[in-house]
Write a protein that binds this ligand. Structure first.
Ligand code: R5P
Length: 314
């Protein structure tokens, strides 16, 4: 087994290697003066079981292209099998034609990765689970929800005093899983989206949040509009404390500024996307998914079951 990383999330790659007690493979990735990407593997990979780590996060097009070039590089270097580990799969929100004359870019990216030479995919909390079906190669789709729930349990709030809040209708299934695991009640925000930048929170239904510790779970926080709008609505409905949590901290535009001004006790994210200093909100807790991904990589390499990780305890 050999593990290599692109430039999108080297810290997570080191965390995975630390968990596996396995060295990170040596490779050089640089840009030519005109921006073209060049990579060279600095050790023999012929006949090896290779795991290539790259979150397709910002700068997203650079990360995607770098991943494709790496896959091509390993294929031409005669790796036996190339498993692509994509902790954050960018472009996932473009997963269907919801109006005329628009692309399905998530499918396009899946095709590109597969055609470049990937043999299998390991990913986490896809925006829409059906994206798995965009690939014709095996996909292992992990859930960071258990890692997030472990943290909220460690805060020792009485479940009777907690309410899980779904920030929109699309997140209800995820919220239900958290509600079951945390043993508390559930409320739902009715979110309407007017554009990629603007959302409107219309109603709050379900359990009362008055005097309660509310925890909002989403798959990602991008501009922060959805989660900050929902946090504001929940606070105005009388919640004592509002936590927000997501697997992927995309945090683009003025998301950090919005979050710093929202009535949020703490923002709980994972490290699928690295937080640069300018993309770090004031009250943030980052949990590592390196053990979860590392364990999945170990199991894939040794042909052991990965499904038991769907109930992973960190
Ligand atoms: C929407 O369906 C997603 O689950 C997220 O709620 C959304 O993508 C977050 O985007 P933003 O932070 O820009 O509102």
């Amino acid at each position: 087994m050999k593990i290599f990383s692109g430039r999108a999330n080297p810290e997570l790659a080191l965390g995975i290697c630390h968990y596996l007690r396995h060295p990170l493979g040596k490779m050089t990735i640089t840009n030519f003066p005109d921006g073209e990407i060049f990579c060279k593997i600095e050790e023999n990979v012929r006949g090896h079981d290779v795991f290539l780590l790259q979150s397709t996060c910002q700068p997203i097009n650079e990360s995607v292209m770098e991943l494709l070039i790496m896959i091509d590089c390993f294929r031409r270097a005669s790796a036996k099998r190339i498993s692509v580990v994509i902790p954050y799969f960018g472009y996932a929100r473009q997963d269907r034609k919801d109006e005329g004359r628009v692309p399905i870019t998530a499918r396009l990216v899946a095709n590109l990765i597969q055609n470049a030479g990937a043999d299998r995919i390991l990913t986490m909390d896809l925006h829409a689970a059906q994206i798995e079906g965009f690939f014709n190669i095996p996909v292992d789709h992990l859930n960071a929800g258990f890692v997030l729930d472990d943290y909220f349990r460690s805060l020792n709030h009485d479940p009777e005093e907690m309410v899980v809040v779904s920030p929109d209708a699309g997140s209800i299934k995820r919220a239900l899983s958290h509600q079951n695991r945390l043993g508390c009640s559930l409320a739902i925000v009715d979110k309407r989206r007017s554009s990629a930048h603007d959302t409107l929170q219309a109603n709050l239904t379900g359990a009362s949040v008055e005097g309660k510790v509310a925890i909002l779970f989403d798959d990602m926080i991008s501009t922060g509009g959805s989660i900050c709008g929902a946090a504001q609505m929940v606070k105005e409905a009388g919640a004592a404390k509002v936590y927000v949590s997501a697997t992927h901290g995309v945090l683009c535009g003025n998301a950090v500024e919005k979050m710093n001004h929202a009535p949020i006790e703490e923002i709980v994210l994972t490290d699928t996307i690295p937080l640069t200093p300018e993309r770090t909100p004031a009250h943030v807790k980052v949990l590592s998914v390196a053990p979860l991904l590392g364990e999945a990589i170990r199991r894939i390499h040794f042909n052991e079951s990965v499904s038991c990780l769907f109930r992973f305890q960190s």
